[in-house]
Unconditional design. Sequence first.
Length: 112
Amino acid sequence: MSSISSDQRMHIEILGQSFSIKTDDSPEYIQSLVSELKQRYAVISTRMGVADPLRVAILAGLFLLDDLKKTQGQKPSGAEARENTSARSTLSELDEEQILAQLDKRLGELGI
């Protein structure tokens, strides 16, 4: 049985963007995550009529977080619900360039 080093690099492509990531997980596992994510993107794009990759990714992220919170049995409190509504309002007010700039900044902070 071979072991996977903690510095294993893997190349993935999602929504036309290429990434090289370090992972402790098997390539098969990472590929299964990528495949599932691509399927979710396709469903969102088709059902909601959204073609822009950034919008598809944002919606997928929101749906995934919603699924996670529901799975964990967490419903937002009144304050959290107000913050979420405020965040959605703020997000809709930003243009795509501002969103991309903020995402790039956050990804940079995370080292991605």
